[in-house]
Design a binder for this molecule. Structure first.
Ligand code: ADP
Length: 494
């Protein structure tokens, strides 16, 4: 099949979170299955020309609400992959350092930026003279593609039978804008209705994907069920409930070329499941790098956006108690300024136990995965989560909340799982500081029982979350999307 994969971030070119990891690795796994995939993303000011210069494929313009948006199309290969990446450049909209924001503030023209980008995505097949079977969009930034295809191109021969899949990576981010901005989209007025893009008087770009795509999925089975409930649905549970027969859950895979402790160039010493000596060396190196004493105490790592979604408020609430325990905690993250401040001030109070790095630092994220004994991920909700899977591969035992993809990938250290040798981590239920502390204490107790501990580490390292299996699941959804191509959901039907 020919697949056009649209995403607002693609690793290694631009990344703020898990979407980039997925967009940078799923297409290669699909190519291994014999599909032809082209990935399309905006050319941000921060996109480096990695390993090879980008080649121009010419320019074109799209017109929205009477305004012309001239784009240039650029191309290069995804590193170590046969997949071609297409960049759409428009200096006025994307020639900026940030993807969505700068200094913690969203760009005020994000609706216009991603609407124009989405509309331009639909011109790519014409410019490339390439006819995809499936269009795969991701998250709110590319969701308008589905509304434009419906409103502007459903009678256009190359698009009439186009299969459409939309993936929700995080329902908490919906691309909400004031209703007064709707006209800028250049969509027919009846698309500003609850059955289409309107959401309580606002424009909700994500809804364009939810309503107009043939097939929907999210990034774990559990999350695909959770989002149909008021607790996780962020007001969209009704729309998702109405489309439940088209909604699937596919767990993300891990790019084991990027995340493999045996071949990770950022580590001082590589290691694998048969030889864990290198992990000790990485641990000491991490303690040194983080200015923590080199000690045999459980070292807990966190790499995260600093938000309540990730349970950072629970960690902050539990911090003084945590610091009373004989452990060390290394946090790498950025996000809400108040959380950053609280963590930094706690670091001043506990310099021997807590190290906090504010910022986005990919090499350090690898060194934390390798050097830590435990990885803490107490998310309130987690569509899939990648770091717990990286932790498993790096022999770093995850402590997670029982939600979304965390529940689907970590096997709790209950006595029966420990006995059977299947336990890979610690899973707790309530979203409370108390439950978090209880679970950390339990993990520390097991950390001292070396036989059980190594068994658990090894079970985690042997777990396989490679993309191949998930890519086959995506293949099935693409087939379904092609079958459904003749009958997308119409406005007024949800
Ligand atoms: P998210 O909800 O943020 O997308 P995921 O677990 O799905 O969460 O993916 C987050 C990705 O971003 C992981 O690859 C993680 O290592 C990376 N990441 C998050 N914060 C940082 C940071 N401060 N520095 C480096 N990498 C980070």
């Amino acid at each position: 099949m020919k697949i056009l994969y649209a995403a607002s971030e693609v690793s290694p070119f631009a990344k703020t979170g898990g979407l980039a990891d997925v967009a940078g690795s799923l297409p290669t796994a699909l190519a291994r299955l014999g599909h032809e995939v082209k990935v399309v993303m905006p050319r941000y000011g921060s996109v480096d020309e990695i390993r090879q210069p980008l080649k121009s494929c010419g320019g074109f313009s799209v017109r929205l609400a009477g305004k012309d948006y001239p784009f240039t199309l650029w191309t290069c290969q995804l590193p170590d992959s046969p997949v071609e990446v297409l960049f759409l450049s428009h200096d006025g909209l994307f020639g900026r350092p940030g993807l969505y924001q700068e200094k913690g503030k969203d760009y005020p023209d994000n609706l216009e930026r991603f609407a124009a980008f989405s509309r331009a995505v639909l011109e790519v097949p014409k410019i490339m003279n390439w006819r995809p079977d499936v269009l795969h969009g991701n998250d709110w930034q590319t969701a308008p593609v589905f509304a434009y295809r419906r409103a502007h191109l459903s009678d256009d021969p190359p698009y009439r039978r186009l299969g459409m899949l939309f993936t929700i990576h995080n329902l908490g981010y919906q691309g909400l804008f004031p209703g007064s901005e709707f006209p800028k989209l250049g969509l027919p007025p009846d698309y500003f209705a609850p059955a289409a893009l309107e959401f309580y008087g606002k424009v909700n770009l994500l809804k364009a994907g939810l309503v107009f795509s043939g097939v929907l999925n999210t990034v774990s089975e559990t999350y695909s069920r959770e989002i149909r409930s008021p607790e996780f649905g962020y007001g969209l549970e009704g729309v998702l409930q109405a489309r439940r027969s088209d909604l699937f859950g596919i767990i993300n895979g891990v790019d084991y070329q990027q995340w493999n402790p045996a071949h990770d160039p950022t580590l001082v010493q590589p290691y694998d499941v048969r030889n864990l000596k290198g992990k000790r060396v990485c641990r000491e190196a991490l303690q040194k790098e983080c200015h923590l004493p080199i000690k045999e105490v459980p070292l807990i790592g966190m790499i995260t956006r600093l938000t309540a979604q990730k349970g950072m408020d629970l960690v902050i609430e539990a911090l003084d108690e945590l610091m009373r325990l004989d452990l060390q905690l290394v946090v790498l993250g950025s996000g809400e300024p108040e959380m950053e401040q609280k963590l930094k001030s706690a670091m001043r109070r506990y310099p021997e136990k807590l190290s906090v790095r504010i910022g986005f630092d990919e090499p350090l994220s690898h060194r934390i995965e390798a050097g830590a004994d435990l990885f803490l991920m107490p998310s309130r909700y987690e569509p899939c989560g990648l770091n717990q899977m990286y932790s498993l591969r790096y022999g770093t035992v995850p402590i997670v909340r029982k939600t979304g993809g965390l529940a689907d990938t970590v096997i709790d250290a209950t006595s029966s799982h420990l006995e059977a040798g299947t336990a890979t981590g610690f899973v707790f239920g309530p979203a409370s500081a108390h439950a978090l502390l209880t679970t950390v204490r339990l993990a520390m107790k097991l950390f001292r029982e070396k036989n059980s501990w190594y068994r658990m580490m090894r079970a985690g390292m042997a777990a396989d979350f490679s993309w191949d299996r998930s890519a086959k699941e995506y293949e099935k959804l693409y087939r379904l999307a092609v079958e459904k191509a003749a009958g997308p959901v119409k406005p007024g039907k949800t």
